[in-house]
Design a protein around this ligand. Structure first.
Ligand SMILES: NC(=O)C1=CN([C@@H]2O[C@H](COP(=O)(O)OP(=O)(O)OC[C@H]3O[C@@H](n4cnc5c(N)ncnc54)[C@H](OP(=O)(O)O)[C@@H]3O)[C@@H](O)[C@H]2O)[C@@H](O)CC1
Ligand SMILES: Nc1ncnc2c1ncn2[C@@H]1O[C@H](COP(=O)(O)OP(=O)(O)O)[C@@H](O)[C@H]1O
Ligand SMILES: [K+]
Length: 508
């Protein structure tokens, strides 16, 4: 699903007004109408006390349209205008006129902290204070209103975006409404998926308000949400007369003394994603461990008998190499990695300690083959690209890094974002069950396994992240978040594949 930027949303509005030859106010009517319908279908006329907080821009205007519908359907409703500015938008004023036609109970105007009403747990709060137009911290008294709403425990529906949240910029030092659900118009907003702002999002849904199809089909967005529909398109079906050679050979350079588990997990990831052959390259003492725990994998060990890899040299031609999990960052391993990288031409997936070694020796980055996949978690990313002011700056820095080194950068997080060629592919599977040691090692194996099967680096990264998260989503039905271990991700990977084409259950 496309994630439009703020500017693109305004452009989509204009395109729709032009294509349908309608005034902008019609869109506000449509948006407000759909939002009301969503709530009305769930409330079914129950006399829940509704409190609608409207700003003075178009988000506030949506709120006034919603208010009119609530009045018309005889819900007990209080409407407040949060008067943070006297610059009321044209369509806000039109919506106010329409509201006044159906009720004599005019909105109460709030101008300071003293005006803020009591909010009760039993209320339904509709948040229309700020939408995508916010560009600086709200006035303090308005922020106090956000806090009051958050502390009330009331069921809170945010219209378009939670008030206080910037959609393409981070608004520093500002309170944000933490809604029960966000009803977002036409497109989810990038901020929903970033850790600094996404922590305010419990649940969101998109309301299709019918923006111009031509515009929506042709607009090129920087960000895209990856869900089942997108993942299905990536899947490569197997053919009847294929054999293990068809699905490539994945080599995983992994493990050290006490961290052979990382090697096992990444090999399991590669095997369960479907690689034709998997070989681990590890330390000598790791060899028997791998052989006994994972009979499907072949194992090569370095010549020395040390705790860490001292040399990376093998006499085989894998399709793709995954490197990093459990390697450690010993000087001797750093040297071995340098020698290997200098000579290597085979596509790479780089993770964990291999990333840490690259961070310490940035000159090694030049040795990476084109389209290498790098999979840092936030700390590894910081070591690689330095610190950032906020999540949007992080994305910009990641984008610049990926362009400079021509690599696919997988920013692992609750919503992992794959960055390549100026585009952001935002993953929408996975859950906190994945916050467990080794789950990243499994991901490295999965992406390496997909590349072995002929998926290009970008697709392997996006699809691998999707499958990894989906396997965890299926697994937690059996394990809960707490019971999920990294190995189990690989056990449920097959179900993640099956789910790609599973038909939703038909209602009788
Ligand atoms: N296609 C769609 O999706 C449709 C969307 N629609 C709706 O329109 C909404 C966007 O409306 P909007 O552009 O009027 O902005 P909104 O968020 O109401 O803010 C109002 C104004 O506040 C101002 N301001 C900013 N920060 C401030 C601050 N800290 N303290 C004080 N003032 C501040 C700023 O003006 P400024 O002062 O910067 O000139 C800003 O313009 C969108 O979210 C959706 O709900 C539908 O109606 C139609 C279809
Ligand atoms: N709260 C979460 N929600 C969704 N995915 C998560 C969450 N926490 C971690 N993950 C995922 O789990 C993996 C953790 O990787 P990493 O930190 O490298 O683990 P390890 O080093 O232990 O293997 C990443 O793919 C990340 O996106
Ligand atoms: K809002």
């Amino acid at each position: 699903m496309k994630i439009l930027s703020k500017e693109q949303v305004y452009q989509a509005d204009k395109a729709t007004e032009n294509a349908e030859n309608i005034p902008s106010y019609n869109l506000m009517e449509r948006a407000g109408g759909y939002a009301f319908e969503f709530m009305h279908q769930r409330l079914q006329g129950q006399p829940v006390p509704v409190k609608i907080f409207c700003g003075i821009g178009n988000n506030g205007g949506d709120g006034l349209v919603i208010a009119r519908y609530f009045v018309e359907h005889q819900y007990p409703v209080d409407v407040y205008v949060v008067n943070y500015s006297d610059n009321r938008s044209k369509d806000f004023l039109l919506a106010l006129e329409e509201l006044k036609k159906v009720t004599r109970k005019w909105p109460q105007v709030l101008k300071s902290e003293d005006d803020l009403p009591q909010i009760n747990r039993e209320d339904l709060v509709v948040d229309c204070i700020f939408g995508i137009g916010i560009n600086r911290p709200a006035p303090k008294w308005v922020q106090q209103l956000f806090v009051n709403i958050n502390q009330s425990g009331a069921y809170t529906v945010a219209i378009d975006v939670p008030s206080g949240m910037g959609v393409d910029v981070y608004i520093k030092d500002s309170e944000v409404i933490k809604p029960t659900i966000v009803l977002s118009f036409q497109t989810p907003k990038l901020a929903f998926f970033l850790p600094q702002s996404g922590k305010y999002i419990n649940n969101w849904t998109v309301l299709d308000i019918g923006l111009d199809r031509n515009f929506m089909n042709s607009v090129q967005t920087q960000a895209q949400l990856i869900d089942k529909a997108e993942a299905q398109q990536m899947y490569k079906p197997r053919t009847k007369f294929s054999h293990k050679g068809t699905y490539g050979h994945a080599l995983l350079i992994t493990g050290s003394y006490g961290k052979t588990g990382a090697a096992v997990l990444s090999c399991k990831g590669a095997l369960s994603s479907g690689a034709g052959l998997v070989t681990a390259y590890t330390t000598q003492h790791g060899l028997p461990i791998l052989q006994s725990s994972l009979p499907e994998a072949m194992v090569l060990a370095d010549r020395y008998n040390g705790k860490y890899l001292e040399e990376i040299q093998f006499d085989l031609a894998p399709t793709v190499i995954g490197v990093g999990p459990g390697l450690g960052t010993e000087k001797i391993t750093q040297q071995a990695l340098k020698t290997f990288l200098k000579a290597n031409k085979i596509p790479l997936v780089v993770d964990a300690d291999a990333l840490n070694i690259l961070s310490e020796n940035q000159e090694f980055l030049e040795f990476l083959p084109k389209y290498s996949v790098l999979t840092p978690h936030p700390k590894e990313l910081e070591r690689l690209i330095g610190t950032w002011e906020d999540d949007f700056e992080k994305l910009k820095k990641a984008e610049a890094f990926s362009k400079k080194y021509n690599c696919v950068l997988v920013l692992k997080d609750a919503h992992t974002i794959t960055v390549f060629d100026g585009k952001y592919y935002v993953n929408n599977t996975g859950n906190p069950g994945l916050a467990t040691g080794g789950s990243g090692d499994v991901l490295t194996g999965i992406i390496t396994g997909l590349m072995a099967q002929g998926y290009d680096a970008l697709t392997a990264a996006i699809f691998g992240v999707y499958l990894h998260g989906k396997a965890a989503d299926i697994a937690i039905n059996h394990t809960a978040y707490e019971g999920l271990t990294a190995s189990m991700i690989t056990e449920f990977l097959g179900q993640a594949y099956l789910d790609l084409f599973a038909q939703p259950e038909q209602k009788q």
